[in-house]
Design a protein around this ligand. Structure first.
Ligand code: FAD
Length: 289
């Protein structure tokens, strides 16, 4: 089923992102995570993809399991950096054969050691991938949106202009980059509407469960850490359990506020940690949907 249909029929759409286990762990280690996530009745699950296709097989295997064994709608992430059009056709064919109907179309980042010119030879932006997928068949397409602007963008306004191009090319719904201050999203929401973007936007929520991890991720993606969260990070810097509790509480409050503002959906970046996601969902009355 096309996930776009879900957004027409229910609100909020609740979904999860998982990532394939690292290469030195068997792919099967994800199944206990999936067993638990299934109990939380997600509307769909998305599976990340390594830029340049570094974990391509694992993304394909896990996406297929989610859809065909767990019976949960799957959104397979796909990046186009460092990929040729013929390889892309092969990937799309493989997804189609595995009944995957939904793709999160991303540019990806140039992996370390790659030459930029080479990496962007066939696709420069996610827009080029979206065009290609549109030509190749009847996929439902999602794209990334950045409430604080993409880290390489000159301004939020410019980034939104490029976002509009992606949407006009046939994107069905958007998933946001993580953010920790809802006011940033409400401002972005107003700006995209003014730009004429009216497709559903589901909100990426990342609970802070580990201080180093969150610092690394926010440095890479450019999301800001508001004072309240910075205070929690420093208060509990020597107590991992208390930081996790505070992180769950923070994410619960953030999610509750977004739900009260009538957002289309919540997409939990689960970090493959189902129990913490369960806690947040319980705090927000999302477990008995
Ligand atoms: P684009 O939409 O192409 O934008 C990239 C930059 O180019 C932006 O600064 C934009 O403003 C600019 N731009 C866009 N179009 C034009 C144009 N026509 N002319 C000039 N400038 C333009 N990465 C992974 O490797 N694997 C994943 O699984 C993954 N999942 C993600 C899931 C979500 C929800 C999000 C938000 C991000 C994810 N990423 C993932 C990270 C993503 O690949 C990076 O953020 C990447 O840097 C940009 O990808 P994009 O698709 O947003 O690129």
């Amino acid at each position: 089923m096309h996930i776009a249909r879900l957004f027409k029929n229910k609100k909020p759409v609740v979904s999860f992102e998982i990532f394939p286990p690292k290469p030195d762990y068997p792919v099967e280690t994800i199944f206990s995570t999936l067993d638990r996530l299934k109990d939380l009745k997600p509307d769909f699950i998305s599976v990340t993809y390594g830029a340049g296709g570094s974990n391509r097989e694992r993304t394909e295997v896990i996406s297929s399991k989610v859809k065909n064994n767990y019976g949960i709608e799957c959104l397979s992430h796909l990046t186009c950096v460092c990929t040729s059009r013929s390889d892309m056709n092969e990937i799309l064919e493989h997804l189609r054969k595995n009944n995957i109907e939904n793709i999160l179309a991303l540019r990806g980042d140039v992996p370390k050691g790659y030459d930029e010119k080479e990496a962007f030879k066939e696709y420069r932006y996610a827009l080029d991938l979206i065009r290609h997928i549109k030509e190749e068949g009847d996929f439902c397409i999602a794209a990334a949106a950045y409430p604080e602007g993409h880290i390489q963008s000159d301004s939020l306004q410019t980034d939104i202009k490029f976002l509009k191009q992606k949407v006009d090319e046939g994107v069905d719904f958007l998933i946001t980059q993580l953010f920790f201050d809802n006011r940033l999203f409400y401002n972005f929401w107003e700006m995209v509407r003014e730009e004429g973007i009216n497709i559903p936007i589901t909100i990426g929520i990342m609970p802070v469960l580990n201080a180093n991890q969150i610092k690394r991720i926010t440095t890479l993606c450019g999301s800001s850490i508001p004072t309240e969260l910075a205070h929690l990070l420093s208060k509990y810097c020597n107590n991992a359990d208390d930081l996790e509790k505070a992180g769950i509480e923070y994410a619960s409050k953030q999610t509750q506020d977004l739900l009260e503002h009538g957002v289309d959906g919540i997409h939990f970046y689960t970090m493959n940690k189902p129990e913490q996601i369960y806690q947040i969902m319980k705090n927000c009355n999302l477990t008995n949907r």
